[in-house]
Design a protein around this ligand. Structure first.
Ligand SMILES: [Zn+2]
Length: 47
């Protein structure tokens, strides 16, 4: 299972990924995935 990122576009047209659990912003999916695995890993261990 994966935590789906919310896509945010700012006024300059830059796309960011937002973590739905804590609201942090990331510039690329690699950083986002890293964050989820590190900060929210416990969410997935139950399944
Ligand atoms: Zn998060």
């Amino acid at each position: 299972m994966r935590l789906k990122a919310e896509k945010i576009t700012n006024k300059h047209g830059d796309v960011f990924l937002r973590c739905p659990r804590c609201g942090k912003l990331f510039k690329d999916s690699k950083s986002y995935t890293k964050h989820v695995n590190k900060a929210h890993k416990h969410l997935f261990n139950k399944e």
